[in-house]
Design a protein around this ligand. Structure first.
Ligand code: ADP
Length: 436
């Protein structure tokens, strides 16, 4: 296509040349008449095609594009090509969208697209079935109007969607769903719901089995332990040479009892699908209690420091959180040699409440850190056993924290010490409420 400016330039030049020839041959007046007529025809032509363009723009169908003349031919040609390109892109987009919809409809998982106000933009049929939605009616409705569980609302508001949560299906409470939120685009979110009923059944069977075995072992062990202690304490019953064996038997039975108690605690917390009791905890009181227990456990071998924001309280189950906090403090004492320091800290950090325990103990090599919350995972079995450990403490802590939408952060330098921090989401912070 030739440049429109050149075409206009050549046309103008031709008209001037024609006028000059007529001017020299016939005089100035006929030349001016020809110039005026030329300009008039030129202008009328443009007005004609502009009108055609205006009519076409009202319904820009490429098949009805005017053919045009001169520079207008080039303009209409360009418009025609653009319109065709646009139509092709639209078709491709439509077909990709259809493919995407077909693919997401074929997925067994439910998918809901939420906007920044957590309103439903789109969802697939499995999401309709699992969450009780109806796409034809529920678009632009807030998702928490349909999924009304407190646990889900907390998860939605917390805005750090690391760990998925488990809920009963709205339509069928027999079905267990795993819900995960993933941020994408401009403040949009993808909600993915997965049916984990079968997996949950296997987990329940495993948990029940462990709980039953632990329960069955508890009584015989208590009896054996009790008799051993009675025999040991009864004068003349145990010979001097057998005393050492008796002490060992008593120590091992009490170790087995501790493991069984921890296994029962773990299975009780794991199988409790109810949200934890939501009372406001008086943290100042709780932290004093923890510090006193820590002093008792350390027996003067360590310096226990406490620094706390006394006005910062959270809501949750006091019993469960006391167990989690105490576990971290007891670990810090058990894994810090005599003369070391333990720093207990309770403060607000980036709008989140953080409980941390820092020690100057043996530390942990980086490669172990990710596995510490696994049941029975111990860096040094001997040391754990010698200090009365069961290898279940951090697994219990992790489950308690999951129930409170909190997370455990561990940082450590081998040989220098470790810091274990529990980070509570801002929704757990109690504002000006009376603490228990
Ligand atoms: P245990 O009863 O063996 O202490 P836990 O589940 O409480 O079991 O801890 C798991 C492992 O993590 C421990 O065996 C220990 O190796 C390591 N650990 C936990 N806390 C600390 C700490 N403060 N310093 C060093 N190692 C630690």
């Amino acid at each position: 296509m030739q440049d429109i400016r050149w075409k206009a330039f050549w046309l103008g030049l031709c008209l001037i040349a024609l006028c000059l020839i007529i001017g020299t041959a016939k005089g100035v007046i006929p030349a001016l008449i020809v110039l005026a007529a030329g300009l008039f025809i030129y202008l009328a032509g443009h007005l004609y095609w502009l009108n055609k363009l205006q009519i076409w723009l009202k319904n820009p169908n490429p098949d009805n594009t005017p053919t045009g003349l001169g520079i207008w031919k080039d303009i209409f040609n360009a418009l025609f090509q653009n319109q065709r390109k646009h139509e092709r892109a639209e078709l491709e987009l439509k077909s990709s969208l259809e493919d995407f919809k077909r693919a997401t409809n074929a997925l067994p998982d439910g998918i809901v697209v939420l906007n920044r106000r957590n309103e439903i933009e789109w969802c697939n049929p499995p999401a309709e079935a699992q969450l009780g939605l109806d796409l034809s009616q529920d678009v632009n409705q807030a998702i928490h109007n349909f999924v009304r569980y407190g646990q889900f609302i907390n998860y939605l508001q917390d805005e750090h969607y690391g760990e998925p949560i488990q809920l009963k299906s709205i339509r069928n409470p027999e079905i267990m769903l795993q819900i995960q939120l993933i941020p994408f685009g401009t403040e949009q979110k993808l909600l993915i719901s997965r049916d984990v009923t079968a997996q949950e059944k296997t987990d329940t069977m495993r948990r029940d089995f462990i709980a039953n075995v632990s329960h069955e072992l508890r009584t015989p062990l208590t009896v054996v332990g009790g008799f051993l202690e009675t025999l040991n304490d009864t004068k003349g019953m145990v010979t001097e040479s057998a005393k050492g064996y008796f002490d060992m038997m008593i120590e091992q039975t009490s170790r087995m009892r501790r493991i069984i108690e921890d296994l029962l605690t773990l299975s009780r917390i794991e199988s409790n699908s109810e949200a934890p009791q939501d009372t406001v905890i008086n943290m100042a009181l709780l932290l004093n209690m923890i510090q006193n227990d820590a002093n008792g456990l350390s027996n003067g071998k360590h310096k226990i420091h406490l620094e706390a924001d006394k006005n910062l309280n959270i809501s949750g189950s006091q019993e469960e959180l006391l167990s989690a906090f105490s576990n971290l403090v007891s670990n810090a004492i058990r894994y810090t040699p005599e003369g070391g320091d333990i720093y207990i800290n309770w403060q607000l950090r980036n709008e989140q409440a953080v409980f941390s325990v820092r020690d100057t103990g043996i530390g942990i090599e980086q490669k172990h850190i990710d596995r510490l919350t696994e049941r029975f995972y111990r860096v040094d079995r001997g040391r754990s056993r010698d200090t009365g450990g069961t290898g279940l403490g951090l697994a219990i802590v992790k489950h308690i924290l999951t129930r409170h939408q909190a997370k455990l952060e561990i940082s450590s330098e081998f040989g220098a010490g470790s810091t274990f921090s529990i980070v509570f989401p801002k929704s757990r912070i109690a504002h000006n409420e009376q603490a228990a």
